[in-house]
Design a protein around this ligand. Structure first.
Ligand SMILES: [Zn+2]
Length: 157
């Protein structure tokens, strides 16, 4: 899960494993603020070990940022949904939930959208050239149907 999530970052953002595009300044700022909070407070007793490890095992802001986002799916796979949620809720100042929000509403959304697009592009290669609009519409609906049956990595399970 951990490495799959890094790989998703690399494929979607191509930004040194960071969880946002190099030119997405708004998301960069939001994630930076979350990061700085954890950087200052990782020794707090209510910070889960999985997150503490980011700052104890890695040196350098860029790699720590790349590691921080991965800790969300890692928390859920290690502890299960309920326990992971209570650990995140316990993090002071609502910052655990802020990190979860960034993961779900920004990171995971971008990853899912990009993978959908890649699947479409991939499948379009197998369609005949010069298909008309109606055929294209039909192809899209087949693709949409297939896509819903394919698991996307990094979903919480
Ligand atoms: Zn890692």
């Amino acid at each position: 899960m951990h490495e799959i999530c890094h790989a998703a970052c690399d494929i979607v953002f191509t930004n040194n494993s960071l969880p946002y595009g190099a030119d997405d300044y708004a998301s960069k700022k939001i994630f930076h603020d979350i990061f700085v909070y954890f950087q200052k407070n990782y020794n707090n007793k209510d910070i889960p070990d999985v997150i503490k490890d980011v700052f104890e095992a890695y040196k350098g802001e860029e790699i720590q940022k790349a590691e921080l986002i991965v800790r969300i799916p890692q928390l859920f796979t290690r502890h299960g949904y309920d326990e992971a949620m209570s650990k995140l809720e316990l993090i002071p100042d609502g910052m655990g939930l802020e990190l979860l929000k960034f993961y779900e509403e920004y990171f995971l959304k971008k990853v899912t959208d990009k993978f959908e697009l890649m699947k479409k592009e991939e499948l379009k290669k197998y369609l005949p050239q010069n298909v008309n609009a109606q055929e294209m519409y039909y192809a899209d609906s087949i693709i949409a149907e297939r896509s819903t049956n394919v698991d996307t990595c990094c979903t919480i399970s």
